[in-house]
Design a protein around this ligand. Structure first.
Ligand code: AMP
Ligand code: MG
Length: 400
């Protein structure tokens, strides 16, 4: 059932209930960073694959050294493929970090703690223990063992760990493919002089940058003039190409606002239209099969607030990262007054101690967003907020 003019909490709940993660796909390890692992990873072999020296020095047999104290250096083993000649107990072998410890040897002494006289090795520091400086075969991961569990985020460290297991392909939850549709006959691209009545398109730039922050770099940008026929066909085209379609503008009640009708014409199921909030009241959300459509308002400030509050977590549901803005309770620097009924999202700057409301909160203005690092949430039923009163803020994803 379609809902209209619903509270913020209900809109978030509906998005949560509606979106199901994209199907996992197999990718090469090089393409996996930042995505969510969709399978358990089992080690295919022992890591390290052999007893490995963790120092530059000499490999020896601990018992043999205890008996002999002075050992005969019988050769050299460097890192890399090499014949494995067993070590006799009365001998030592020159060895380097990463090299296979020969069979017969169980201990490595650092070269700094040794004295060599031609081929005779003695230790200057006798305080050694059996097994010193040897990374035991399989001590990082054993063949057949669960090495990394499904649903973890593939950080650079995780990618390196998987490579170290010798695995080069894996199942991940992919990023959604995204199209942005700009509506509005008045839009002009930056860099081109404006005719009277035109404004520059901010939305595609801001949205693309925000999508980039979530790791989505391929974004299909389309635009439509304000006619039902054109928007219906551009939306149909976008639905074929994308898992997620973001429209901006044309979602309100003006004579040239065609998003709702174009969505209907494309057989999109409306999940909700309009939220009791400011800015971004006219936002629309719908789905068609496993494709999801947000009709964002046109005003750039509303677009950004709606993106962070609704689209950002929706992307986290699609790619299974389950991301959402971090919430903090903090005092506000100045008193606020508002009418009851709508939840307000103000552009704010959180300095680590308190939040400052920024100038230029109107939804057509982005100068406040340019300086904001959070949104301040004033609850629907609140009318007066005192200076120093604790409010909820939602941190915007950081670019660092
Ligand atoms: P609408 O909802 O289509 O009536 O648009 C609301 C306001 O947002 C109007 O002032 C539009 O000119 C403006 N607007 C729509 N799209 C963009 C855009 N891509 N960049 C900047 N402003 C826009
Ligand atoms: Mg418009």
């Amino acid at each position: 059932m379609a809902r209209e003019f619903i509270p913020v909490s209900e809109a978030k709940k509906l998005i949560n209930e509606t979106i199901i993660p994209l199907l996992p796909i197999k990718v090469s390890l090089n393409e996996a960073a930042g995505l969510v692992l969709a399978q358990d990873i089992f080690s295919i072999s022992d890591v390290p694959p052999f007893n490995q020296s963790s120092m530059d020095g000499y490999a020896l047999n601990f018992e043999g050294w205890q008996k002999n104290r002075s050992l005969l250096i019988d050769g050299i083993t460097q890192a890399g493929p090499a014949d494995s000649i067993p070590l006799e107990p009365q001998n030592a072998r020159r060895i380097f970090t990463g090299a296979a410890v020969p069979s017969g040897a169980d201990t490595v002494v650092m070269q700094e703690k040794t004295k060599v006289n031609e081929t005779k090795l003695t230790l200057t520091d006798q305080d050694i223990t059996a097994g010193l400086h040897v990374r035991i075969k399989g001590s990082e991961a054993k063949a057949g063992e669960l090495a990394l569990e499904k649903n973890c985020i593939l950080t650079p460290g995780a990618v390196g760990f998987i490579a170290g297991l010798g695995i080069h392909e894996l199942l991940v939850f992919p990023q959604p493919t995204v199209s942005i549709i700009l509506t509005g006959n008045e839009l002009q691209q930056p860099g081109v002089p404006l005719a009277h009545g035109q404004v520059y398109d901010s939305n595609s730039f801001a949205l693309k940058a925000a999508l980039n922050q979530t790791g989505i770099f391929t974004v299909n940008i389309l635009s439509s003039e304000d006619t039902l026929e054109t928007l219906t066909s551009v939306l149909s085209n976008a639905l074929q190409q994308s898992d997620l379609v973001l429209l901006t503008g044309g979602v309100s009640v003006g004579d040239y606002d065609f998003v709702i009708r174009a969505a209907e014409a494309n057989g999109i199921e409306q999940i909700f239209h309009k939220i009791k909030q400011k800015p971004g009241k006219p936002i629309y959300f719908g789905k068609k099969g496993k494709k999801y459509i947000f009709g964002l308002p046109g005003n750039p400030g509303s677009v950004m607030s709606c993106f962070y509050e609704y689209v950002y977590p929706a992307i986290g549901l699609l790619n299974n990262r389950k991301i959402d803005l971090k919430q903090i309770q903090t005092p506000i620097n100045s008193a606020q007054k508002k009418a009851p009924g709508l939840t307000h999202f103000l552009k704010g700057f959180y300095d680590g101690y308190r939040v400052h409301d920024l100038k230029a909160q109107e939804s057509f203005r982005l100068s406040s967003f340019a300086k904001a690092n959070c949104l301040i949430k004033l609850e629907a039923d609140q009318t007066e907020i005192k200076e120093g009163q604790v409010v909820e803020i939602h941190m915007l994803p950081s670019i660092q």
